[in-house]
Design a protein around this ligand. Structure first.
Ligand SMILES: [Zn+2]
Ligand SMILES: [Zn+2]
Ligand SMILES: [Zn+2]
Length: 491
């Protein structure tokens, strides 16, 4: 049933959709990255057209080994849903917020919740849906659902979570005292975190490290995607459906929605400020950062998973397309307006997600909880013994993954144009001071002015065949010097 994808609508807006998907001219590319350079984002780099790899980033000065090459702010991005239990971070810049106590208490509390949920599911033998992650800091009533938890401590329990073998459980009053700030852990003042700032729109889903992050998120995309009282979204039920669907299927839909919301908000603001009539060329201006990214339809470019028989490929790709279609229907239900129809077409939605699929989107921020326990472990003997009387039980309760970092997906306008090589001259590396979601690239050997900057999209210590297989997920066959040499050796 092809018509179910709104083909008639896509035909009606074919020229607008084509204008969004057009490959930008050489001049347009130069202009855009020239703007970024002038804004001080990449003072020592330049973007140039390469012979065989599209555009590439080149050094505009000599870099020494270990020197910072690029600090790239994400344009859109979101923490993975599954990671929200482990790390409480600013929804805009992804730095950790609250306090060491809140980070630990929240994680223990939410892990306890998910175990309770699973226990409930097992007992009534049907999958009750896990409700939206909600953090209740002030008014946590932990006793309410406390019954029946003790029996989860046994390792035989099929419902206990994967780390329960290495975890002990703490009394709920103790977890609560971490959450409400009445318990202070030794030396935690050495790891101060910014105070938690609520969402301007009043939802209880997003929290920030500062009012500037709260405002920036609100203006950039969140005011349309907020489920709170002050939201500009017209149908919050549909928005909730959209979010739930993304949480359950693929959280890249959240990031795609941010892209669309960002452009709609820019148009709305331009109309308000300039009293201008709606004009499609405005949309193209605002779309510019995303026009630069290499794109294909998500369902065409997503790699076939190993466990899917190649005979089933057509069906698999149809299912992916249907998934995007379902997600888009919820999003349209929430934020659709007639004049933005092309932006909310399946073709554009599929291409935005495809652009993410073909780019390296990893967002990682190291955890201060890990640093805290390392600090305690490194204390001189007597202080350490004293501190561990308190901290040990928390470390044991957190289990092996106490060091889990913040993980998510984000789109970085410059990093996304850096080409791959199996012999890269740069690597993504967070230094001690890099405590938010920015992408940081460091030179791993001296780089001469004029050389192209390369990173490796994959683990590069693998044989040629395996590297090629992994790189095909990014839509190309690597022809770096190392690959050419290893290919000729293997044949
Ligand atoms: Zn922030
Ligand atoms: Zn909100
Ligand atoms: Zn290679």
């Amino acid at each position: 049933m092809e018509c179910e994808y709104d083909l008639a609508l896509e035909a009606k807006y074919a020229s607008e959709i084509a204008s969004l998907l057009a490959t930008p001219s050489h001049e347009a590319v130069q202009k855009y990255y020239g703007k970024l350079a002038r804004a001080g984002i990449c003072p020592c780099l330049m973007v140039k057209q390469t012979k065989d790899m599209g555009k590439g980033i080149f050094a505009d000065k000599d870099f020494q080994e270990d020197e910072l090459v690029l600090r790239d702010r994400m344009l859109v991005g979101a923490q993975h849903f599954s990671n929200k239990v482990d790390s409480f971070v600013c929804s805009f810049c992804c730095c950790y917020i609250g306090s060491i106590e809140l980070q630990i208490g929240r994680r223990l509390f939410l892990h306890g919740e998910s175990m309770r949920d699973r226990a409930k599911e097992c007992k009534i033998e049907k999958s009750t849906h896990c409700s939206q992650l909600e953090l209740v800091v002030e008014s946590t009533n932990l006793d309410e659902n406390g019954d029946g938890v003790a029996d989860l401590d046994t390792t035989e329990d099929p419902c206990s979570d994967r780390h329960s073998k290495t975890r002990t459980r703490l009394p709920e009053e103790v977890v609560e005292s971490l959450l409400n700030g009445t318990l202070k852990l030794p030396y935690s003042e050495r790891f101060p975190l910014p105070t938690v700032i609520n969402c301007i729109g009043g939802c209880s889903e997003e929290y920030y490290c500062s009012t500037s992050c709260a405002e920036a998120a609100w203006e950039t995309f969140h005011s349309l995607l907020c489920t709170g009282e002050g939201s500009l979204c017209k149908n919050k039920d549909e928005l909730r459906n959209f979010k739930q669907h993304a949480d359950e299927t693929n959280d890249i839909f959240h990031v795609a929605a941010q892209v669309i919301s960002m452009i709609i908000l820019k148009i709305k603001r331009a109309k308000q400020n300039l009293h201008e009539d709606f004009n499609w060329s405005k949309v193209l201006d605002f779309w510019e950062p995303f026009a630069m990214g290499y794109k294909r339809q998500w369902w065409d470019c997503v790699a076939l998973p190993d466990d899917i028989d190649p005979i089933e490929e057509t069906l698999f790709r149809k299912e992916i397309k249907d998934l995007a279609w379902t997600s888009l229907q919820f999003l349209k239900g929430a934020i659709f307006e007639e004049e933005y129809t092309p932006l909310l077409s399946l073709k554009i939605y599929g291409n935005i997600i495809g652009m993410f699929e073909l780019n390296n989107l990893d967002l990682i921020v190291a955890s201060p909880v890990e640093d805290y326990f390392i600090y305690i472990d490194d204390l001189p003997h007597s202080e350490k013994d004293e501190a561990e009387k308190i901290t040990r039980s928390f470390l044991e309760a957190l289990g092996d993954d106490y060091a889990t970092c913040c993980q998510g997906s984000a789109f970085f306008p410059l990093q996304s144009c850096i080409n791959h090589s199996c012999e890269p001259n740069c690597k993504a590396f967070k230094r001690e001071q890099d405590r938010d979601g920015q992408a940081i690239l460091i030179a791993i050997r001296p780089i001469m002015k004029g050389e192209q900057i390369f990173i490796s999209y994959i683990e590069e210590d693998m044989p040629w065949k395996e590297r090629q297989a992994l790189l095909s997920d990014y839509g190309f066959a690597c022809k770096c010097c190392r690959c050419l040499q290893e290919q000729s050796n293997s044949s």
